[in-house]
Design a protein around this ligand. Structure first.
Ligand code: UDP
Length: 410
């Protein structure tokens, strides 16, 4: 089987933690490699943003990343990409034709790719499966001041119906698709994301702190993610000011590139306002391969997000044996067992976060017990099993397409 995987707006090899680089990039990279390992040839197509990049790069285990020229060869904001959806599809088709390949199935990520994939699916008469990662309508409901273009909202409302299968990260997302768009649950496969358990595993806190030059005695609260309002990091900064032993507490915020400067400045202003500037460190993006050290150094990981369709950070932290205090939203409700592997907070406000983080920092035995439970629970999540579940879906869809073609031809 040969799969065309579309990741139009962001490359699976882009540095993580930027405005548009996070869970989806990790997903595409890990899944493509695991599919190839399982014998499914996988070409991932992304829009070329730099002239110097080779046309084809290896993604691991024989999966390939293909840079497709559509529009100017430079970084463009996501908002500038909708007019390039057709050109992207055309250029993928030109590549396919030139290489003499046939793709059995299209797997698209995020609505821009789904829109391109829709055109290719018709042209190739191939089944189309997609993961949206986020949906505009869901974001708008999660946080009052989120903004989404009518173009995205309209496209998603339409595209969910033209797909052959939608992959949702959680049962909750499957229900949202039903409630918001009347998508039949049969059309949605629930496949949770994975974690690289070789990279993210329990390690010595003292050694991790020594390696990072962090105090051995401080109480370290860690948050990781794209620095954007939807992550709710301001809630956490305010929570630090409300904690009992706040003098010893350090909040380390990992993530954000140059384009996060506005949100970064807002977070620093909040820290100044509540008098914790000296206890909050925004350390910028950290490469994925070095992140395990940060998780291991932390006493607690916090995710005060307004929404997470899945929340890879939570399962990475838990795999490292660190309990997570998180908002009771989206995927976090399916990965964190409240009171057993971490805590789920129903309100997007500082006090309940401060209370639960305090509880864990004050009680080492509790923190260690929850951390151990968390590490144990994460053995259920692996990228290999994500790929195996996807292959089941692929096989079902390609068989159906072949049967329909046979009936049509008869
Ligand atoms: N990440 C990283 N370095 C950073 C910030 C984030 O490697 O500086 C990774 C993080 O480990 C996780 C992903 O980016 O794998 C974020 O995924 P998540 O699902 O938590 O959030 P999303 O980006 O999808 O909103």
């Amino acid at each position: 089987m040969r799969v065309a995987m579309l990741s139009l707006h962001t490359s699976p090899l882009a540095p993580l933690g930027g405005r548009e680089t996070g869970g989806m990039n990790v997903y595409v990279r890990e899944v493509a490699a695991q599919l190839a390992e399982a014998g499914v040839a996988c070409d991932v197509f992304t829009r070329r943003t730099e002239p110097a990049l080779p046309e084809i790069e290896a993604l691991g285990n024989g999966a390939r990343l293909v840079h497709i020229t559509a529009g100017p060869v430079e970084h463009l904001e996501k908002e500038a990409l909708p007019p390039l959806v057709d050109a992207f599809a055309e250029a993928v088709e030109a590549f396919r034709e030139r290489e003499g390949l046939t793709y059995d199935l299209i797997h698209s990520h995020y609505w821009l790719s789904v829109a391109s994939g829709d055109l290719l699916a018709r042209r190739w008469a191939a089944p189309h499966i997609a993961m949206f990662h986020t949906l505009g309508d869901v974001k708008l409901r999660a946080r009052a001041s989120e903004h989404e273009t009518p173009e995205r909202l309209e496209a998603e409302r339409r595209l969910v119906h033209s797909l052959d299968r939608i992959v949702a990260a959680t049962e909750h997302e499957r229900q949202l698709l039903r409630q918001l768009f009347r998508v039949s649950p049969q059309k949605v496969a629930v496949i949770p994301l994975g974690v690289d358990l070789g990279r993210f595993e329990p390690r010595s806190r003292a050694e991790a702190r020594a390696a990072l030059g962090l105090s051995q005695t401080a109480r370290i609260v860690l948050a990781v993610g794209r620095i954007e309002p939807l992550k709710g990091f301001d809630i956490l900064v305010r929570a630090i000011a409300e904690m009992t032993h706040r003098e010893d507490v350090r909040l380390i915020l990992v993530g954000g590139d140059a384009r996060a400067s506005v949100e970064r400045a807002r977070l620093l202003a909040v820290a100044a306002e509540v008098g914790v500037s000296d206890r909050v460190d925004l350390v910028g993006a950290v490469p994925h391969e070095r992140l395990a050290q940060y998780y291991s150094a932390a006493d607690v990981v916090a995710m005060p997000s307004f929404y997470e369709s899945f929340g890879l950070v939570a399962i990475e932290a838990m795999a490292c044996g660190v309990p997570v205090v998180a908002s009771r939203v989206g995927g976090l409700t399916s990965t964190i067992a409240d009171g057993r592997t971490g805590y789920l907070i129903a309100w997007r406000c500082p006090s309940p976060f401060a209370e639960k983080i305090d509880l864990l920092l004050e009680n080492e035995a509790l923190r260690d017990a929850l951390g151990a439970n968390a590490a144990q629970a994460m053995h259920a999540y692996s990228w290999r099993s994500v790929a195996a579940s996807l292959i089941e879906q692929y096989e079902g869809l390609t068989t159906e397409t072949a049967q329909v073609a046979a009936v049509g031809g008869a």
